[in-house]
Design a protein around this ligand. Structure first.
Ligand SMILES: *[C@@H]1O[C@H](CO)[C@@H](O)[C@H](O)[C@H]1NC(C)=O
Ligand SMILES: *[C@@H]1O[C@H](CO)[C@@H](O)[C@H](O)[C@H]1NC(C)=O
Ligand SMILES: CC(=O)N[C@H]1CO[C@H](CO)[C@@H](O)[C@@H]1O
Length: 204
């Protein structure tokens, strides 16, 4: 079910973007079309590690979430809006969702509001804020992301950032029980929700 943006909204977005783009302010680097990152996550002291595989040309995005001393959750998103959230353990849990938008576009940070520079964990960063939803910190010199923080306080610290790395096709196959209607035990939490909220704001 596609959402049609009314023309007036497009005009408002256009004005907001052009207004922000003053000549001397830096803009965030677009995301590389394919990359692998290891993220150290902290949500009010609840820690996890995320293996993030972003793959724009193939229209897919994967978050493999290791909770501290806990389970691994696989959060697989396709650009057609279908998402699968599953485990590969005994519980064989899987939940799928149909979102109105696909994965983040490489230029999803376009129009972010520049907030200046800040020293973050020893990295000299440019800082932007996007739709009161996410604060994004990028290394001034290398243009690599250093961290992003959601409005909920959930922090992602970028530990590695391998441009061009691609996960093999067979790893993107959701398990067979994802296509069985009775497996609904996982709730849509964690990372899916994080960017899901951003995307809802971006289209609404
Ligand atoms: C995680 O964040 C909390 C604040 O929400 C902070 O007190 C704690 O030190 C952080 N833990 C780590 C390991 O960074
Ligand atoms: C979206 O693509 C995935 C992967 O090819 C597929 O499993 C899923 O059924 C598709 N969803 C829709 C709504 O077509
Ligand atoms: C939680 C749950 O219902 N799990 C079931 C998912 O489906 C597989 C078979 O495909 C069952 O073995 C699990 O018990």
């Amino acid at each position: 079910m596609a959402i049609r943006r009314p023309p007036i909204l497009i005009l408002i977005i256009f004005l907001a973007v052009t207004q922000n783009a003053t000549a001397d302010e830096p803009v965030p680097a677009p995301w590389p079309h394919q990359f692998h990152a290891l993220l150290f996550m902290n949500y009010s002291g609840s820690l996890s590690m995320i293996d993030l595989w972003y793959d724009w040309p193939n229209g897919r995005n994967f978050n493999i979430i290791q909770e501290q001393l806990g389970p691994i959750t696989y959060d697989l998103e396709w650009n057609n809006g279908t998402s699968f959230l599953y485990t590969l353990d005994q519980s064989k849990s899987c939940r799928s969702a149909q979102l109105e938008v696909g994965i983040l576009r490489p230029n999803w940070l376009d129009g972010a509001k520049y907030l200046g520079q800040q020293l973050v964990n020893g990295f000299h960063c440019n800082v932007w804020e996007k739709v009161d939803f996410i604060w994004y910190y990028e290394d001034v010199e290398t243009k690599r992301p250093v961290q992003w923080i959601f409005y909920t306080g959930r922090e992602a610290h970028v530990m590695t950032f391998e441009v061009g790395a691609v996960l093999e096709d067979e790893k993107w196959q959701a398990p067979v029980y994802c296509f069985n209607k009775e497996n609904k035990s996982l709730s849509i939490e964690g990372n899916l929700k994080n960017f899901g909220g951003y995307k809802e704001k971006a289209v609404s």
